[in-house]
Design a protein around this ligand. Structure first.
Ligand code: SAM
Length: 243
């Protein structure tokens, strides 16, 4: 067995997830964030973007005590969960038809939006970063349409060249934004989580465009992309059910 697989399989949160029946070690990131901010406290309707294999769905379903609705959306098929309040859609959140399906499900009444979305990494940091932030911007666009005024949004972003401009975007939309690295997130991973609360009355949404297969925020398009290298990504390659 290659060393990196061995290390991953003997890692603390990986083992804990296996023992406690969670589908991914990512479950503990969400639990730790909720311990600090208690966003599940009054939540009844939850959207989970990038939900496969379902670790966050399990935590969300338990945290709202099996009531309400947790809708998980992912490109990949999600094995059915044994919880009546969980529904899933297999689809691409960048597809307007899928977005409309999500919007119709919530009718402006979502209490909490979770986004742990990450693209398949190419190893070209600038491109991976642009793609990841594009997904996070789509999540903002959906939040603008379905979240209650006093709702919460938890979104993963990579700390790459696009990160600062995304923080500005999310601060244009939410009253409060916290930047957090939960303990369960590997130090070597470039990911951080933004915990945002209360939609602003007046919101400036980022403009999103697709160009030459690179996904670019039109307002940010200023020529060459800065060449800072991102640290190693890892968690996105571990998004398989733990067996
Ligand atoms: C890190 S994993 C999520 C892990 C999940 N939170 C859990 O606890 O099991 C990121 C997910 O984002 C999904 N994803 C990436 N791009 C997407 C897109 N355009 N639409 C929907 N899901 C997407 C991937 O398929 C992947 O399953």
């Amino acid at each position: 067995m290659p060393r990196w697989i061995h290390e991953r399989k003997t890692e603390y949160y990986y083992q804990k997830a296996k023992e406690e029946g969670y589908r991914s070690r990512a479950s503990y990131k969400l639990k730790q964030l909720d311990k600090e901010y208690q966003f599940f406290k009054n939540a009844k309707k939850v959207l989970d973007l990038g939900a496969a294999p379902g670790g966050w769905l399990q935590v969300a379903s338990e945290s709202i005590k099996g009531e309400g609705l947790v809708l998980g959306v992912d490109l990949k098929e999600i094995d059915p969960l044994d919880s009546e309040n969980v529904e899933t859609i297999q689809g691409d959140v960048t597809d307007p038809e899928i977005q409309n399906e999500i919007i119709a499900k919530f009718e402006g009444k979502a209490d909490l939006i979770l986004s742990d979305m990450a693209p398949n990494v190419t190893g070209i940091w600038e491109l991976d970063d642009i793609k990841q932030i594009y997904l996070a911007r789509i999540a903002l666009m959906i939040a603008d349409k379905i979240l209650k005024k006093d709702g919460w949004m938890i979104v993963k972003v990579f700390m790459g060249p696009e990160h600062d401009s995304y923080i500005k975007d999310i601060r244009n939309i939410f009253e409060k934004v916290h930047i957090v690295k939960p303990k369960a997130s590997r130090k070597s991973s470039a990911e951080i989580y933004l915990v945002a609360k209360n939609l602003k009355e007046k919101r400036n949404l980022p403009k999103i465009a697709i160009k030459n297969e690179l996904l670019i925020n039109e307002e940010e398009e200023k020529g060459p992309i800065p060449g800072d290298q991102l640290p190693e990504f890892d968690d996105d390659k571990t998004s398989k059910p733990i067996r």
